[in-house]
Design a binder for this molecule. Sequence first.
Ligand code: GH3
Ligand code: MG
Ligand code: MG
Ligand code: MG
Length: 303
Amino acid sequence: MKILIADDTNTDRLLLKLYITKLGYRVVEASNGQEAIDQFIEHSHDLDLVLMDVQMPIINGFDAVKAMRNIQEQQKQEWIPVIFLSASAEEDDVEDGILAGGDDYLIKPIGQKVLAAKMLSMKRIADMRRRLVESNSVLERLAATDYLTGVANRRSFEMTLGKEMQVAKEQGLSMACAMFDLDKFKVVNDTYGHDAGDAVLVEIMKRMKASVRDIDSIGRLGGEEFGILLPNISESEAKDTFTRFLSVVSDAPVVYEDTEIAVTTSIGVAVYCGDDEDKKSLLKRADECLYEAKDTGRNKVVL
Ligand code: GH3
Ligand code: MG
Ligand code: MG
Ligand code: MG
């Protein structure tokens, strides 16, 4: 654990430092509120606790903690627990401390055991909060991902589409939105079985992921239908890219349990040029092109 001690009284600060280093923790010091804010900024990536005096020159403890909480909020940093250590036992001060962003308020002089116990309690809360943030981000990732292929699911893909259209509009760039639908996929399932069909979906997405640029996005729209976004691309570049993707899908068969499965796809492309079109209409245009590709022989790009 790394702990910031902010106190303008040298003897108080040194005593705290002694207690804390005896517990095996690392200490960072500040002797006024401004220094405390500076140290907080410098060490925020690995700071575990702040012990904050209230009466200090330049900036007092309450205002320093308010500033720290603002910085933490703006930079979306994780919560660092703060304990105020004050000579004042006034109820109003206790209330002000918690309102300023403190997690606890202790009245000086503070015994070593009480301090150690309070630090343990703060650590427990900080650990719980960290676990919650971690499991939230796992859940968010799961909620945005297609389980079988690992690409974005429809909801997440459409959100990205909305964002990319906004960016294209603001920057006056054109982008391409394509819908892929594997050809005669029902035949693949009927001939080789559903597991083989699944393996084809996984392999084709693996090839797609390896073929797109970092700025491009792929999503599974449902079944054997996928969406691909190519930001910042002209119509003719999009045509070339998607024509290349036809070969990425079809050039080599997918091998499943020693069986070679030939796969082709049809691709419908809509190019967005920053006008007032919404994402629903853009997807509809891509879908219409996809149907034309199916109607006119499959294994082709229509835009
Ligand atoms: P078309 O060229 O016109 O697109 O023909 P198609 O056979 O691909 O089209 P259709 O929509 O009739 O069939 C799609 C098939 O995709 C039917 C469905 O069972 C299969 N499918 C959808 N999702 C999955 C999946 O997750 N795994 C497997 N193995 N098959 C799937
Ligand atoms: Mg003081
Ligand atoms: Mg389909
Ligand atoms: Mg199909």
